[in-house]
Design a protein. Structure first.
Length: 86
């Protein structure tokens, strides 16, 4: 692939990512705000303090618990659908 085609492909993929992020932010503005605030907190050095680290650990555990529960729920639902298909 020549360099012009590679640059065009990279620009188009970057536009696609930007468009997808913009659409996601429009559909779920509170999630976008939370992600932005969390990113600013981390990049601003919020994890350097003891309080910031405790907050990050609390939120991490909370999100991990939710993710595990959603995964288990999806797996059991999928297993139930597969079982009914037979």
């Amino acid at each position: 692939m020549n360099s012009t085609a590679a640059r065009d492909l990279e620009r188009n993929s970057q536009r696609g990512i930007a468009n997808a992020l913009e659409e996601s932010a429009r559909q779920r503005p509170l999630r976008a705000l939370a992600v932005s605030a969390g990113t600013g907190f981390v990049l601003g050095g919020g994890l350097r303090s003891r309080m910031g680290l405790a907050l990050a650990m609390f939120l991490g555990r909370s999100f991990a618990g939710t993710a595990v529960m959603n995964t288990i729920e999806a797996m059991t639902e999928q297993h139930g659908n597969r079982h009914r298909a037979y």
